[in-house]
Write a protein that binds this ligand. Structure first.
Ligand SMILES: [Zn+2]
Length: 163
């Protein structure tokens, strides 16, 4: 994993989880390439960021914002304050981007976060951007395989030494 931190103009410095409880993970799709998403977060005029961007072909993770800071990804301030945002390289209209490597890498990350912050592994706490109240976004979209994703998160949480 590499660090490609977002511009400090695109997130809110905080001291989570002490000042605000992290209790959700929000799943996104970039609608562009992995590198273009990272570049956009580094643009001080973007006004958006996430905590991670995961690459399609191999599941490689870029950390773009510290967990303790509030990334601007959900389009809802209370959700931003209480969540971790994970971006996935691809387009909602094309399932070919959603590789098994990317699902596994993201699920391993979500399993780690669920352990660290005691986030329940269910669809009330691991949600799509489209499920955030007031969201105008459709990601991760129709082709995102929630069944596979949640199965992997549970697997990594319980069977990969993350207990
Ligand atoms: Zn999104």
């Amino acid at each position: 994993m590499a660090h490609y931190l977002a511009s400090p103009y695109n997130y809110t410095v905080a001291n989570r989880p002490y000042s605000s409880r992290i209790n959700k993970i929000v799943i996104h799709v970039t609608q562009g390439s992995w590198s273009s998403a990272i570049n956009w977060f580094q643009n001080p005029y973007a006004g958006v960021s996430a905590h991670y961007v995961i690459r399609s072909r191999d599941g490689y993770r870029a950390k773009t914002c510290s967990w303790k800071d509030i990334a601007w990804h959900a389009g809802n301030w209370s959700y931003n304050q209480t969540s971790i945002g994970i971006e996935h390289e691809g387009f909602v209209s094309n399932p070919n981007w959603f590789t098994d490597a990317m699902y596994r890498s993201s699920a391993y990350l979500s399993a780690s976060l669920s352990k660290r912050y005691r986030i329940p592994i269910d669809r009330y706490h691991i949600i799509g951007h489209n499920e955030v109240p007031g969201s105008t976004h459709t990601d991760p979209g129709y082709y995102w395989d929630w069944y596979r994703y949640m199965r992997y998160v549970k697997y990594y949480r319980h069977y990969s030494g993350l207990m």
